[in-house]
Structures are given as C-alpha cells and as structure tokens.
Design a protein. Structure first.
Length: 511
C-alpha cells in the first residue's frame, strides 16, 4: 500500500490532536443565526453607515473589485468585512475560491485572527471552496493565536483533502514554532522537509530558520546553514545576513560581523539601513567610537539615510557614556533631517540626564515632549521618578507619582517598586508599607521584586520583626528571597552579631 509522504512527515514531526478547537470569541453584537450576526436589528439611535456593497441586482464585478482592494489594505471596520461576507454568501454560486480567500486575507491584514479562523471554519461548514492559499491564511492566523495544534491539524487536512502544501505553508508553520520559542521542533520540521523532499526550501525558509537559530544563540549553526544555502544554489539575501550580523554583534564579535558585511558586498548584496544600524549598535556597545564615525560616513557615501532606529541607537550610546550634549546634537540633526524623535528618543535622553544627576534637565525634556505633542508613557515617568528618588528629591518624585492617574496613566509594578525603594531609603518605612498594602488589595499586585525591596528596607531601618512578617507574606505568595536580600542578611550576621534581635532574625531566616 502506498504511503502518503506528507502524512508520514506530519506523523513523524508532531503528535496531532483531533481537529477541534473551542469557538473563537466574537463580539456579542456580531452574532445571529450562523457565525456572523448580519440580521441583528440596528439600534434606532445609531448612526451606523453601511459600507458600499453592490446588491445582487447589480453585477458582482464591483464586489470582486472591492475584495481585491481590501485584501491588500484591510477593511476600515470589522463590521464592514462581516457584512461583505453576508453578501458573498448570497452570491456564493457566482464567486470563486479566490474571492473568499481575499476576504480572509483582508481580515488577517486587520489582525483579526480569531475572526479569520472562525470564518475559515464557516467556509468548511458551508462547503465554500478553499485552496492551499486559503488553508495557509488560516494557518497563519492560528500561529498568531498560539494555537499550533490546530494549525498542524489543518496541515493534516490539507494533505488528506488532496491539496499540496507549498513552501509558504511550511514556512508559516516554522515561523509559528519559532515565535513560540520552539526552535528544536522548527529545526526538526525543516530537516524532515528536506529528507522527505516535500518541497525545495527557498531563501525565505532558510532565512527564517537562520533567524530562529540566531535568536537562540546558535550563531555557529546559523553560519553553517548559510554555507549550506550557498552550496545548493539558494542565494542568501540581506535579510539572511542581517540576522547573523545582529547575532554576532550581540556576542561582541563585531569584527566577524564586519567581515560578513564585506562578504555581502563582494557578492553583490547591498547592506541596508538595518545592516548598518545593527553594526552601529555593536560598535557603540564595544565603545569603538572611531569605527562608529567611519560607519556613519560609509552610510553617507552609500546614500543610505539613517532611520529613527539608527538615531535612537546613537542617542542611547551617547547617554550611557554620559555624553548628553552629543545626544542632544543627534536629536537636532534628526529634526533637521525630518526624522522626528519619538517617545523612545526622549526617554533615552531623559534617562541620560538622570544618570548624571541632572533631574532639572530631565524635567525639561519631559516638557519638550509635551510641547511637541509626544505624550510621555509610564516608562517616561518611571525614569523621572527613579532619577528624583536617587537624587534625594523624594517630594518631587511623590508628587509626580500621585498625579499619574490624573494624566491617564496607571502606575505599574516598576513604578511602585521605585517609590517603595525611595521611601525606604529615606527611612519612611511606614509609608512604604502603606503603598504595599494598597498594591495587595488593588489592581497592580506586588511581585517578588517589590517584596524583596521592602524587606531590605525593613532591615535597613532595623525593623526585624516586621521583616519576618513580610518574608512570611512573600513566601505565602510563592515568592522567595533574592540574592541581594540573602546577602544583606548574611552581612548583618557578620557585622552585628552582638545584637540579640539581629541574631534571632538571622537564625530564623537561615533555618
């Protein structure tokens, strides 16, 4: 009996579950008799304006034209897409598989992945024709929803129904595995595709695997795969090289990365702004400022304009070196070059000033953001509050913290940790405890970092009995002491062993 190679491949790669998933949750306002709620009675007070959809009395080319356009840009509203689907069902006999697939693609472009999967299931229930592109689009949505079991079940259905998975189908599945930190399974699938000769991997698939290897610190294996590509005549592109160059730079192997860039150029593959930005990051991290200047000059000669990410790398590097004036100069250049700074740019500069203890300048940066209609986020305020606390300006920090809610921002666990640490450092332990109590009964629950911070604060303020209670509460929440807390206890034991309360606490802690 002949064995279906595709089925054998799937069986050897994964243990598939039955083809069943829980229904995707759709807005209750969108339901009616089948999957979608097209006959829901409109609210008489509503001013809903329906999209243009030709009636069956007119010819359906206009609907086809609409689908073709929306598959590229997506709909403005989900409701419009669902209404179009309702109209398509009435014209089902006059529409092809391409048109239904275009609607599915439009939903994916809107990132309405749950709706796309549900609609695909409806296609199957209503016997609407599907092809490999339709299947692959549904698999793509499953990968974004982290429902890989269902995605691989769809692969089994593809094979069983006589369709042939193509390189895009398998590449989508490999990307899905890598996105869920399953590089070994992605690698196994890739190897089995080659062994069973199901498809001929293309540059996109090789680049996807190489990127996955690089992100899991397997740079050497990525380089070997690059050489394998070249051996079989599958020419790498800039995307392939950029992944490896980025990995080499993160490993502080910048010279190796530079060699790879030269190799790219020799092979006629032009480095792009991503290549140069990656190298710039590597050179800045290594403190190779002269090489950085040479690289920027090379970008200019190659007529590759720095983008926002490139400039942000420079601003960050200068700020970390304490060279805030140069960082400000970069921002001025950005504005002149019509590359507007974003919230990341200003946050980085603000942090640079805080690191130097210049919180007044940091406040000026915050005001500049607002005047440029770039609204500070929670991270912006965390930087500022932290800088103020470290520079013993607790009242200013507390004032900003208290006003966050009025600015439409919810302090997160990092914000609370900064404030609790600042309060403990100033000996305001009761206020720190009160803030912890609010967290324990509120939306933003404390984590292990918060507990360890306030425990160290209690030890710093010689509140050993309260430290015991805090540690017990922390352990009850399945958190444990970190290295800094344990080190502080051991330090207390060695320095103040004559104090009975210290001895009693340390003995209890270490038992």
């Amino acid at each position: 009996m002949a064995v279906n190679r595709g089925a054998l491949l799937i069986m050897t790669c994964f243990s598939l579950r039955p083809l069943s998933v829980s229904p995707c949750s759709l807005s209750s306002s969108l339901f009616r008799s089948h999957f979608l709620p097209f006959s829901t009675k409109p609210n008489p007070n509503s001013q809903f304006k329906a999209p243009f959809i030709p009636s069956p009395s007119t010819t359906h080319p206009k609907l086809k034209q609409l689908l073709h356009h929306k598959s590229k840009v997506g709909f403005d509203k989900l409701d419009d897409a669902l209404l179009v689907f309702d109209k398509m069902l009435r014209l089902k006999s006059r529409l092809s598989v391409v048109h239904f697939t275009q609607l599915l693609t439009a939903l994916v472009r809107m990132e309405e992945y749950s709706i796309a999967v549900s609609m695909f299931r409806e296609f199957r229930v209503l016997s609407i024709p599907v092809n490999i592109v339709t299947f692959t689009t549904a698999i793509h949505s499953c990968c974004h929803l982290n429902t890989l079991d269902y995605a691989f079940s769809l692969l089994a259905v593809i094979i069983k129904s006589g369709h042939v998975p193509n390189v895009v189908t398998y590449n989508t599945l490999i990307k899905g595995l890598l996105s869920q930190d399953r590089p070994l399974e992605a690698g196994d699938l890739f190897k089995k595709l080659i062994i069973f000769q199901e498809i001929q991997p293309d540059v996109v698939m090789y680049s996807t695997i190489i990127d996955g290897l690089c992100k899991t610190s397997n740079t050497s294996m990525a380089l070997k795969l690059l050489r394998k590509m070249e051996e079989i005549g599958c020419n790498p592109d800039a995307v392939t090289y950029n992944s490896i160059i980025d990995s080499l730079c993160k490993e502080r192997r910048v010279d190796h990365a530079l060699v790879l860039v030269s190799e790219m150029t020799d092979k006629g593959i032009s480095p792009n702004v991503i290549t140069y930005s990656t190298l710039l990051q590597g050179l800045c991290s290594s403190g190779r400022w002269e090489d950085t200047e040479s690289l920027l000059t090379e970008m200019g000669v190659s007529k590759i304009s720095p983008d926002l990410h490139t400039y942000n790398i420079l601003v960050d590097a200068y700020c970390k070196e304490g060279r805030t004036k140069l960082a400000q100069d970069v921002i001025e250049i950005m504005i002149k070059k019509s590359v507007p700074p974003d919230v990341i740019t200003y946050n980085t500069l603000m942090n640079g000033f805080c690191l130097r203890g210049n919180t007044d300048k940091a406040l000026e940066v915050l005001n500049t953001m607002r005047s440029n209609e770039i609204w500070p986020d929670c991270y912006s305020y965390n930087i500022l509050i932290d800088g103020l606390c470290k520079n013993r300006k607790l009242d200013e920090a507390r004032n900003i913290f208290d006003k966050l809610a009025s600015r439409g921002l919810q302090p997160n666990v990092i914000t609370h940790n900064i404030m609790i640490r600042g309060l403990c450092q100033e000996g305001l332990f009761e206020e720190a405890k009160e803030l912890l109590s609010k967290m324990e009964t509120g939306i933003c629950l404390p984590d292990a970092v918060i507990y360890n911070t306030i425990i160290r604060g209690s030890l710093l303020n010689k509140r050993y009995g309260e430290a015991v209670v805090l540690i017990e509460n922390m352990r009850a929440r399945k958190f444990s002491e970190d290295a800094s807390t344990t080190s502080m206890v051991l330090d207390l034991l060695s320095k103040e062993e004559q104090d009975p309360s210290v001895l009693a606490f340390c003995k209890w802690f270490l038992q």
